[in-house]
Every structure is written in C-alpha cells, then in structure tokens.
Design a binder for this molecule. Structure first.
Ligand SMILES: *Cc1c(COP(=O)(O)O)cnc(C)c1O
Length: 387
C-alpha cells in the first residue's frame, strides 16, 4: 500500500514551481523585478508566509506586504530581509516595534499620523490615499502635505487601492479610471511642490491583470501569486497563464458499510438510498473546509469525484465511496487539487459556497501541515505543534 504523506491526518501541498511560474508570468506585465511586492498576509493566503518568503527572496523578490504587526515581526524573526509594509492598522503605542524591526507602517488617516508622531519614535511609513473605496486613507492634499512636516514620520511611499478593478462592467471600469485619475492628480501636485513621495503604488492582482499599462513603483500581488482567480466569473487576462499552487488533501481513516435508509452524521441530514460505503476523512470546518459544502461538495478518491454526505463536522467529514472500486483505508482524498484526470479548483469551491477564493484560502492551515514541493526536492516543513 502506498502511504503518501499519511502520517499527517490531512495536509496542504504547496508547489513552489507553480509559485515561481506565476511570478515569472506576472513579471511579463512589469518593467522590472523590483516592482513586485508579494502580499503575504494571513499566512500567505494559507500557503505559509515564512517558507514562501524564503523561496521568493531566493527568486529575487525584495518587497513584502502583510496585514498586521505580528505577521511582519514573524517574517523578520525568520530572517526575511527587504521592505515589509503593514497594510492595516497598528496601534501607535507599538511604534517602538515598528522601529526595532525596520517595518513600514501604513498611515490610515491624519489623526493616526499625529498619534504616531506624538510617540516621538522614528517610523517609516507609506501614506494611504482614499480614492473612492472609503476604507483606509486620506483624500485631502493639505493633510498629506502636513504629514510631510512631522519629524518622526519618514515617508517612504504613498499608495491607494482599487475596489472594482476585477470587474469588466462599464461603470466599474469608469470608476477605476476615476480612482486612477484622483491618485495621479494627488501624486502630481505633491511632486510638483517637491515633496518626496517615495514609492508610489496602486495596483493589486486585478489592478495588474486588467490595467497592466499602468506603471508604478510597486504592484501589490496577492491572490494571483498563488495562481488562482478570486472567482470563476472574474475577468481574466489572456496574456498570462497562472498555475494554482495549493492542494488540500486528506485520507480515508475509516469505512462504514451502511444499510439503505440509514442517516449520516449530525442532524441526520443525509439518508442512504441503497447499501452505501461511507468513508470518514479527518478534516473538518476547523481546518478550513466550509461547513456549507455539507451534502453539496465533492472530493476526489482514486481519480473519481464522490459526494460529501451529511454535515461536515469540526474535525471530520463523511463521503460516499460506494462507486469507487477497490477503495481502502489510507487512500488519499483530494479536496482541492488534481488526482489523475479529475480536478477540483478552489474557484469551484468558492462558487459553491458563495464566496471568493481569498476567503477560503486564508482560512486554511490552522492545524494543517504544509508540504512544499519544488523541482527535485520535496521538502517537508512543519508548522509548530503539528506532528
Ligand atoms: C490584500 C491587499 C492586496 C492584495 O490583493 P490581491 O487582490 O490578493 O492581489 C493589495 N493591496 C491591499 C491594500 C490589500 O489589502
């Protein structure tokens, strides 16, 4: 019996070759490699930020973005060099940590800038400009100018975020061009008055894919680095081909032979219509498999799609393997990825569960070990507390 990685109950496989392929494909839309800022928040969308950043720094990537101070410090503690920009809120009372770890903090509004300056600790910052998303950022040029006079804030960059650049609707495209224009106008005024704005950046993945003729100092690439689109229905860039890097796998650990008209699992939501072989796999919603896939989703066993039956539990779920020949204990179960001719994409799961792949990916990984594959080497890397 071939025992794959089955000393783990369930696991994530990350294909470094796919990540590398995606970087190279995305680079074809850029003028130089230094423009690439890898967004590795939420543990690199479930792919494992530390290992991925090591791999990417070997590929010459020098800039990273995260959402939180803790994520940034984790990278530094693991010897990741280069620029690390924190895109989200950090309490100004943590300025000493930003300074100590040489991190770059996003300035989310004017009062926030004042609070930081009042700490009297030097901090590198990028100023967020609100161009219409109305999440973080400043829209007043006068306020931005004032921040340049704050002695403890070193302005290393200025950026904004596009909120409908994934859409091909006419209104949305028009709105995006309006955001671009607002952004350029503000940058233009500042430059004309000799403010040193540092690195200027606007595009995330879809900003690059759909507005690739823009050319700023950085592009902040998250989801497309991992080789997937946010949803099945998004506008795609035909010029490049992305490869999904992540697979999610488990194994059969128990098989029940169940008579017809028996019910399966919590709430008795599934009733067998014939004698049925029910396999139990040790992965559940606490591992990031959405509970809403209960009685709806499928997985792959021996190259064949089989249904998830009954409610997905916190740590386990049941599948109907009646139709699979020679099914046995420890057979690998693919929840996301390919097995033989069959394939389940994370986009398909996002569609079934009414969300985007970003959400599904970023919720994976708590409890799951990640196995990194790259070229000849298969490196096994374990997160702490996983055996
Ligand atoms: C998450 C995030 C990104 C990356 O977005 P993707 O669509 O995953 O590429 C870029 N910029 C900001 C401000 C973000 O919050």
């Amino acid at each position: 019996m071939e025992r794959n990685y089955d000393k783990y109950r369930s696991w994530i496989e990350v294909d470094f070759n796919a990540i590398n392929h995606n970087i190279n494909e995305l680079m074809t839309l850029l003028e130089n490699r230094d423009q690439f800022m890898a967004v590795v928040k939420a543990d690199a969308y479930g792919h494992g930020a530390v290992d991925l950043c090591h791999m990417m720094s070997e590929q010459g990537i020098k800039s990273y973005a995260v959402a939180t101070l803790a994520e940034a410090i984790e990278l530094r503690e693991n010897h990741i060099m280069g620029d690390i920009l924190i895109l989200g809120y950090t309490d100004p009372r943590q300025s000493h940590l930003l300074n100590q770890y040489h991190l770059i903090q996003t300035i989310v509004d004017f009062d926030y800038a004042m609070e930081f300056n009042a700490q009297e600790i030097s901090v590198d910052v990028h100023i967020a400009i609100d161009t219409g998303m109305h999440r973080l950022g400043i829209s007043s040029v006068d306020e931005i100018k004032k921040i340049f006079s704050f002695p403890y804030l070193h302005i290393k960059g200025i950026f904004s975020h596009l909120c409908v650049c994934d859409s091909d609707k006419k209104d949305d495209i028009q709105f995006t061009y309006q955001q671009i224009k607002l952004f350029e106008d503000i940058i233009h005024i500042l430059k004309q008055e000799n403010y040193d704005v540092g690195k200027v950046h606007l595009q995330s993945s879809y900003g690059l894919l759909n507005y690739s003729n823009l050319n700023y100092d950085y592009v902040r690439i998250g989801i497309s680095l991992f080789g997937v689109y946010s949803s099945l229905h998004d506008k795609r860039n035909d010029k490049i081909q992305l490869k999904p890097a992540l697979s999610l796998k488990s194994q059969i650990i128990h098989i029940n032979e169940v008579e017809k008209e028996e019910t399966i699992g919590y709430g008795r939501t599934y009733t067998t219509i014939q004698k049925t072989k029910i396999a139990v796999i040790p992965i559940g919603y606490a591992d990031g498999v959405p509970r809403s896939l209960s009685n709806k989703g499928q997985v792959i066993v021996k190259g064949q799609r089989v249904p998830i039956v009954g409610r997905i539990c916190m740590d386990q779920m049941m599948i109907d393997v009646t139709g699979v020949q020679d099914v046995s204990l420890h057979d690998v179960v693919t929840i996301v990825g390919e097995d033989d001719q069959e394939k389940i994409s994370i986009e398909e799961l996002a569609d079934l569960t009414d969300t985007i792949t970003n959400e599904l990916l970023s919720r994976l990984g708590y409890r799951l070990p990640r196995i990194y594959k790259g070229g000849e080497n298969i490196e096994e890397t374990l997160s702490t507390n996983i055996y």
